[in-house]
Ligand binder design. Structure first.
Ligand SMILES: Cc1cc2nc3c(=O)[nH]c(=O)nc-3n(C[C@H](O)[C@H](O)[C@H](O)COP(=O)(O)O)c2cc1C
Length: 232
């Protein structure tokens, strides 16, 4: 089993308790300095999560971040690449950048299993029509920068005269009720939802098993093609 933490390492005593219970601990990092601090605190696995990702995210894109973190932590610390991974080609790219595996989030929002959890069709309509330009990194969700679907709600916060988001944890307290009401409405024009730039390629809703099989098949085809280019 794995415990994963965003927004910093878990407290050191929690990491120690996890280890005593035989659990591995992972933590997300948006910059090499975050990864080094996680390692110093005893985290086992670093998730190098680039700017493209849904949810809380830093300023460095995966193409630059992954090798920077892999080199910073050295060969003894496993690194998972994350942010912008929604196809087998992107899995292969992340491994080519030095990651030992990948960590994904947004892709699972475009699945039948998520449809069964979501409760209404608003998300699905919004995801299916969104392009990769239709996300925004904003502090309106929690007070810290997080990538959300761009909607009339996120745009309202950018209008002239709109208030500045409050620092974490106050912003979430301020907007949580509004988000619940907005999301319950099922209106795809206003929903408030973390999603990454790969939303532009989430064009149909499929079972998780099918998405997984496609990831693997495209990854294998990509590696084969690259082998051919390298003349191996
Ligand atoms: C809807 C959504 C909710 C998320 N919530 C969390 C969270 O609570 N904790 C966390 O560590 N990461 C969270 N993430 C980030 C994911 O763990 C993952 O790092 C990220 O989605 C990877 O980038 P991708 O969205 O491009 O696949 C969330 C992502 C999404 C899309």
């Amino acid at each position: 089993m794995l415990i994963a933490n965003a927004l910093g390492s878990p407290p050191v005593d929690v990491i120690e308790q996890c280890h005593e219970a035989g659990l591995k601990v992972a933590a997300l990092a948006g910059a090499p300095k975050h990864a080094l601090s996680h390692v110093a605190n005893g985290v086992d696995i670093i998730v190098a999560q680039g700017y493209e990702a849904g949810g809380h995210t830093g300023e460095i894109a995966s193409m630059v971040l992954t090798p920077d973190i892999v080199d910073a932590v050295g060969p003894d610390v496993p690194v998972l690449g994350a942010g912008g991974i929604g196809s087998g080609r992107q899995v292969a790219a992340s491994l080519a950048l030095g990651a030992q595996g990948v960590w994904t989030g947004s892709i699972w929002l475009g699945t039948e299993e998520y449809r069964n959890l979501a409760g209404n069709q608003g998300w699905e309509t919004a995801f299916l029509r969104a392009t990769s330009s239709d996300t925004v990194r904003t502090r309106i969700y929690t007070g810290k920068p997080a990538r959300l679907l761009k909607t009339r709600w996120t745009q309202a916060w950018e209008e002239e005269g709109a208030p500045q988001p409050l620092p974490m944890p106050l912003q979430n307290l301020l907007v949580a009720d509004a988000h619940n009401r907005i999301n319950a409405s099922g209106d795809p024009d206003v929903i408030s939802m973390p999603v990454g730039q790969i939303v532009g390629r989430m064009n149909e809703v499929r079972p998780v098993a099918e998405v997984m099989a496609d990831l693997v098949a495209e990854f294998e085809a990509t590696v084969k093609k690259l082998d051919g280019i390298a003349g191996i």
